[in-house]
Design a protein around this ligand. Structure first.
Ligand code: FE2
Length: 326
């Protein structure tokens, strides 16, 4: 049986090429009922469970990571429902066999219906978030598909491959792991955004490295975020990595992130060679990570208790990056 609703060749053909809104029926599965989510949360290992809180104002960049504090899946779900939390069950392909089967079925069908589409290196995250949670402006390095399941959320998707909203140097820093996937944002970018109020049963997807941000509108929000790569996606990352090297080590000014043509293939070889020689990322840099500055506390209105002496940094330093002239 198919989980896709009313897809036609144009829908399949838009994958990875354009911003796409389409319909699915994943939200009808028991897997995503309260009971299903509790089972997932009880099974998920702490090491792969991201817990975050943030300001309700989407224009105030404030983000904290925290600790589960040993609460049960049931308590965690209730705390998210009435608090200010964002939970990311990462690596579901490794830790959630039912979800892993589902993701494979979805991608297998997309591949079968569109011979141009290849989903390799499949990964997925289950996102469970409070009715007023916010996810700030960012890009994802793999190709990303957001299968919305419960609650309503507003999703701003900015024009793909557009240097007005994400300059080449910005993407190069992300692709070289110099920065996390959060990137500098300016409210003026919203002029260019497509805005979707996502309902359960809708999929929103976009080309690789397209900037986006999310504000939940109401209800407990649940979405399955699936990610994949393929030769073109890997080449895009390699091109940005090579451009980083050309710009920062050789003082050149690469102005193209094109992934077709001989230059793109030459850049891919350069990036692979540099990586092999340990020259591109000599010290295996780790992008900025938020310190764990809270613990989940069901007795707090936000569901969060800040740890004493752990005020923590609440914005990645690179978000102050000066975009002008880049
Ligand atoms: Fe994302």
């Amino acid at each position: 049986m198919s989980y896709l609703v009313d897809w036609n060749p144009a829908t399949f053909g838009a994958l990875e090429k354009r911003i796409l809104l389409a319909e699915h029926r994943l939200h009808e599965l028991d897997l995503f009922s309260d009971e299903g989510l509790v089972e997932i949360l009880d099974r998920h290992p702490d090491a792969a469970l991201g817990l975050s809180t943030m300001d309700r104002d989407s224009m105030t960049f404030e983000w904290r990571d925290g600790d589960r504090g040993g609460v049960s899946g049931e308590t965690l779900l209730e705390t998210v429902r009435r608090g200010q939390l964002w939970i990311n069950c990462r690596q579901v392909m490794q830790h959630q066999p039912k979800l892993a089967r589902l993701v494979d079925e979805l991608y297998d069908e997309l591949e079968a219906e569109n011979p141009q589409f290849r989903a390799e290196d499949r990964t997925a995250n289950l996102l469970i978030s409070s009715p007023s949670a916010v996810v700030h402006y960012h890009v994802d390095m793999p190709v990303n598909m957001l299968w919305h399941l419960r609650g309503r959320k507003r999703v701003w998707v900015y024009p793909p491959f557009d240097t007005r909203v994400a300059s080449l140097p910005v993407l190069e820093h992300v692709c070289c792991n110099k920065w996390s996937e959060e990137i500098p944002y300016d409210a003026s970018y919203d002029t260019f955004a497509e805005v979707f109020d996502a309902e359960p049963g809708q999929l929103i997807t976009w080309p690789q490295l397209t900037p986006h941000r999310v504000t939940n509108l109401d209800g407990l929000n649940v979405s399955l975020s699936t990610e994949h790569k393929n030769p073109a996606a890997r080449r895009r990352l390699n091109v940005h990595q090579a451009n980083y090297f050309l710009r920062n080590r050789l003082g050149l000014k690469p102005s193209s992130a094109e992934i077709d043509g001989w230059q793109a293939h030459a850049k891919q070889m350069l990036a692979r060679g540099l990586r092999y020689a340990g020259k591109l990322l000599p010290n295996k840099p780790q992008p900025f990570a938020y310190p764990k500055s809270f613990v989940v506390d069901p007795n707090e209105p936000t569901g969060v208790r800040l740890l004493e002496g752990e005020a923590g940094q609440t914005a990645a330093p690179h978000l102050e990056y000066e975009i002008a002239g880049s």
